[in-house]
Design a protein around this ligand. Structure first.
Ligand SMILES: [Zn+2]
Length: 176
C-alpha cells in the first residue's frame, strides 16, 4: 500500500547550514504535509486514481517528504520530483518566506490548508509522471482534473476556490 511507503526525509547537509528558525519551520511543515498525504481519504483516492489510470501501485517505490526546499537555478522552488526508473518520488516544501506571505494574507488556517493541498497535488502530479514521463502538459492537465475530483469527493473543510486557483497558478509556473 502506498501509505506505508511515505517517509519524512531530512537532507542533513541543509540541516547544518540553516538556522534554528528554519529547521523548526520546515520540520513542522514536513509533518503537516506527511500527515495530509497519509489521510485515509486521500489514500483511497490515490488507489482509485491508479485503477482509473490502469497503473500498478508498485510503480511507486518510495515517497519522500523532504524537510527542506529544493531551489532551482532560476530561483523558483520545486514542488516535487520523480525518478521513473527507481520509482522514487520526492515532495518538497514551499519556502518559509512564501509561507509567511500566505499567513499574512489569508491567516494561519488557510495557509495550512494550502500546505496540505500543495502536498497532495504534488503527489498526484509525480505519480502521473511515472506513467506519462516527460509529457508535462498532459501531467499538469490531469493533475488539475484529478485534484478537482478529489476536492469534490471529500468536500475538504477550510477549502476555498481562491486557494485552489493559487495552487495551480504556482503549478503552471513550475517546470518539472
Ligand atoms: Zn511535472
Amino acid at each position: 500500500m502506498l501509505s506505508s511507503k511515505i517517509r519524512i526525509t531530512v537532507q542533513p547537509e541543509k540541516m547544518v547550514r540553516l538556522s534554528e528558525k528554519y529547521v523548526r519551520f520546515y520540520t513542522k511543515y514536513a509533518s503537516i504535509a506527511f500527515k495530509s498525504l497519509k489521510k485515509p481519504k486521500f489514500q483511497k483516492f490515490v488507489r482509485w486514481m491508479l485503477r482509473r489510470e490502469k497503473m500498478e501501485a508498485h510503480i511507486v517505490e518510495t515517497v519522500q517528504v523532504r524537510v527542506f526546499p529544493f531551489q532551482k537555478k532560476n530561483g523558483n522552488s520545486l514542488a516535487g520530483r520523480c525518478h521513473v526508473r527507481t520509482g522514487e518520488i520526492r515532495i518538497y516544501p514551499k519556502k518559509l518566506e512564501s509561507c509567511r506571505k500566505l499567513v499574512q494574507k489569508f491567516g494561519k488556517e488557510k495557509a495550512h490548508s494550502y500546505i496540505k493541498n500543495r502536498a497532495k497535488a504534488s503527489l498526484i502530479h509525480e505519480i502521473l509522471h511515472t506513467k506519462y514521463s516527460n509529457d508535462e502538459e498532459k501531467v499538469r492537465k490531469l493533475t488539475k482534473r484529478y485534484f478537482n475530483i478529489f476536492v469534490r469527493k471529500v468536500k475538504t473543510q477550510n477549502w476555498n476556490d481562491h486557494i485552489n486557483e493559487m495552487l495551480f497558478r504556482q503549478y503552471n509556473s513550475r517546470s518539472s
